[in-house]
Design a binder for this molecule. Structure first.
Ligand SMILES: Cc1cc2nc3c(=O)[nH]c(=O)nc-3n(C[C@H](O)[C@H](O)[C@H](O)COP(=O)(O)OP(=O)(O)OC[C@H]3O[C@@H](n4cnc5c(N)ncnc54)[C@H](O)[C@@H]3O)c2cc1C
Length: 465
């Protein structure tokens, strides 16, 4: 671990000179809001020594240069919705808040792209694209609150990734402040290029460890005018899960294929104070199909309806906004069951998603905590939530570690990885060391050390250095 110097009065004065006095926060009550993100376990909490709000890429660069000069770490924070502890300043130093960089700089309808500052709200980007009759296809369930810089830094997935891919597929170019304080444009508004290393893709998903994203050029898509959301309900979990690969193989190019087990069906209905069908015994599969012609939509829906009925769905309904509200409330609804919980994220090859969900559910039965599962099933991405409920701390920690080891061993055994979208953050540091092939880990560490020789950007995250 690197040695850092405290953020002294001299540093605070230099930061104030760089960004303006009102944009450097040091009052303890203000710092307290930045000791964690979505993480609820106090074990991970850490107070920053200051919070800095730059107003331009130049100011970000000036702050990074000061960090190298005075040797203090920087944790970049967008909206702090990270589920991996990514925005917690675990090594102290400063939290760099990008919320002032929130402008939509350009929307080009004809060429279908948009230029935005990193602090723009994801939901606003989606809405502005829609108003132009276009689609920004990044769609994490947290879109209401998260910022585009955070999405790019985590390569966020979400509900449309089956058809459009994750955030990395929505980005042409990024403006980045490097760990040594240079402002660099990476990528270009091109459909293809083989012109040196693909640096923008290296930055996407680097979780704030290789550079600070200050601006992005985003791809927009034609907005399909026809859409149907279908809710297939299965009382047998195996049947619900087994439908997923069949839907993918049916050639209907769904936009979303989401799975919620009955625990989530119950918790989200309770949370949203609703009672959708089969609250007691249903497992939900939500499938969205979008097309450019009505006939195409009709024929795809027929295929889907037959597929679901033949595979044992007890009901197949149109999924209205109430169903999507349940899906978006999954994370929050867990609090009804347990104040302390762990949300996990795994990705496996698409053809293994059904068996992985079964494995996680079966394995969960051996443990003293409750295991709830949901999945962006159409892209092989499984989330499971472990609920502590009334379990004693020591038992909880010991049993969670055993459960994780079983599940990660299994996932790696079938070609999976530790995270499909939430990232490694601080929470899976040890596991990345354990499960990543030594050669691959060495390349990652070599890149990090070359780009960030003083280990300034987001230390204690992603890689153990
Ligand atoms: C209810 C809920 C639902 C969610 N659903 C999804 C989902 O469907 N799909 C999904 O992928 N995730 C989901 N998440 C997780 C989270 O919303 C995503 O990881 C999101 O991309 C984080 O964005 P943020 O703006 O909150 O970033 P933050 O949490 O502030 O930061 C996340 C990480 O990115 C780094 N970072 C932030 N901004 C920058 C920047 N400009 N430059 C460099 N590094 C930066 C931070 O240092 C940190 O490591 C969900 C979270 C919640 C609470």
């Amino acid at each position: 671990m690197s040695e850092y110097k405290p953020v002294t009065n001299e540093v605070i004065e230099a930061l104030k000179a760089a960004v303006g006095s009102e944009y450097v926060l040091t009052e303890p009550e203000k710092l307290d809001a930045y000791k964690t993100d979505e993480e609820t376990n106090p074990h991970y909490f850490h107070l920053p020594e200051a919070v800095v709000l730059p107003g331009s890429a130049e100011e970000v660069a000036a702050v990074v240069k000061l960090a190298n000069q005075y040797k203090f770490p920087i944790t970049v924070r967008s909206a702090g919705t990270s589920l991996a502890g990514g925005a917690i300043p675990v090594c102290g130093g400063i939290v760099l808040l990008l919320e002032r960089l929130n402008k939509i700089l350009e929307v080009n309808h004809d060429a279908m792209y948009m230029v935005v500052e990193a602090g723009a709200l994801t939901k606003e980007i989606q809405e502005i694209a829609n108003k132009e009759g276009l689609l920004y296809a990044g769609d994490p369930c947290s879109a209401d609150s998260c910022l585009i810089g955070g999405n790019i830094a985590t390569n966020a997935g979400g509900n449309k990734a089956v058809r459009y891919g994750t955030t990395r597929n929505q980005v042409y170019a990024v403006e980045v402040v490097t760990p040594t304080g240079d402002i660099v444009e990476m990528g270009a508004r091109l459909q293809k290029k083989t012109t040196g290393y693909c640096l923008e893709q290296l930055l996407i998903g680097s979780e704030g460890t290789l550079g600070i994203i200050t601006k992005a050029t985003l791809k927009l898509q034609p907005l399909p005018p026809y859409r149907f959301d279908l809710l297939a309900i299965f009382t047998e979990v195996e049947k619900a899960i087994d439908i997923v690969p069949k839907v993918i193989k049916a050639g209907i190019t769904p936009t979303s294929v989401e799975f919620m087990d009955n625990s989530f069906v119950r918790s989200t209905n309770d949370y949203c104070e609703s009672r959708l069908p089969h609250y007691e015994d249903g497992n939900y599969v939500i499938i969205t199909v979008e097309t450019f012609s009505e006939d195409e939509l009709d024929s795809k829906m027929e295929v889907l309806d037959t597929l679901c009925s033949e595979n044992g769905a007890v009901e197949v309904l149109e999924a209205d906004e109430r169903v999507w509200k349940l899906r978006r409330s999954c994370q929050e609804s867990v609090r009804i069951i347990s104040l302390v919980s762990i949300t996990d994220d795994l990705v496996v090859p698409l053809d293994k998603i059904a068996e992985t969900i079964k494995f996680v559910m079966e394995t969960g039965k051996k443990y003293p905590f409750k295991v709830m599962t949901l999945a962006h099933a159409g892209d092989g991405n499984l989330h499971f939530v472990l609920c502590k409920c009334e379990l004693a701390d020591e038992v909880w920690e010991k049993e969670v570690a055993k459960f994780h080891a079983e599940v990660y061993e299994y996932a790696y055994g079938i070609g999976g990885r530790l995270s499909g979208e939430h990232g490694i953050g601080v929470k899976k540091l040890e596991e990345l060391e354990t499960y990543t092939a030594p050669g691959e880990l060495l390349v990652m560490k070599t890149i990090k050390k070359a780009m960030d020789p003083n280990n300034i950007l987001n230390p204690g995250k992603l890689l153990k250095i």
